[in-house]
Design a protein around this ligand. Sequence first.
Ligand SMILES: [Zn+2]
Ligand SMILES: [Zn+2]
Length: 357
Amino acid sequence: MAEKRDYYEVLEVERSAGEDEIRKAYKKLALKYHPDRNRDDPAAEAKFKEATEAYTVLSDGDKRANYDRFGHAGGAPGFDFQNAGMGDIFSHFQDMFSDFFGGMGGGGFGGQRRPERGQDTRVRTTLTLAEAMQGAKKEVQVRGAAPCDVCHGTGAKAGTQPKVCPTCGGRGQVTTQRGFIMFQTTCPTCHGQGRIIAEPCDACGGQRYVEKRRKVLVTFPAGVDGGQRLRVPGQGMPGLPGTEPGDLFVDVELEANAEFERDGFDIGTRRRVSFADAALGGSFSVALPDTTQVDVDYPAGTQPGTVLTVKGKGIPRLDRRGRGDVHVLVEVAVPEKLSRKARKLIEELREELSKGS
Ligand SMILES: [Zn+2]
Ligand SMILES: [Zn+2]
């Protein structure tokens, strides 16, 4: 493990920095590296934790004095992010910046985040253009921990129950004394869980969870596009007992379609008309991937390469405010083989047309 950086260095402040300066420095870093803004970026998360740890110590007069005297050797108790720290860190952070994040979408960082909730999981899924246009309910395969069927997630052998930890009395924390200073640390017997399993379940080895594939039914809204990410609350990894599971994030990819191209909420296609039709004008009907029919009129004298646009008949907008547009590129078919009669008529037509204009 890399050596722990100096807290002042982490926050980029002088050792003489005042409370306000420290607070501002942390705020800057915390906003930059916040996990909600850097999803699935372990480097940013590490920076966030590092800054938060530094701030927690340097913003507390006693802890700071202790740190100034003893450095990291003086101990920054309780920084066990795996077990106990992260929840505290988040609630701490939340108090400080509730204004900033109060309005952030989805409630991802709101009061719902509780200590030791399960981790988020990510999967990819591919939708056809028709599914994206109509919306779809689809099962996605998620690999991850699922509660053990045998012990029902208790981790204890059938017929036994987990016991309250005798070391910490179920609190998950123990108080130890070093010199004159009292430290709260994670209980070494139960690793902060407050319970111990005397006889572990055979199926999961007392882990309570087993690695499984499971299926999650995901609702994709009409209008969803490739490159977008859906959040399914509570379908991530399970947390410790009594806490919320993480969320499932589904990355959407769009399958290429031979006939249609999508651009945002607009959809484009090509259509061939005979040169007689192009000259005389007419209309045709386009069946979109979601099976809606769009009637397209074209005027007399339509030129090859003309793009006809039908407003509001394209892909449904996610905000349900109507649909995008349909664009049809007109190609003009020139006959390759002519019957004797057709040839004669076209020759007459050429003659006639050369007189005009
Ligand atoms: Zn089990
Ligand atoms: Zn314990």
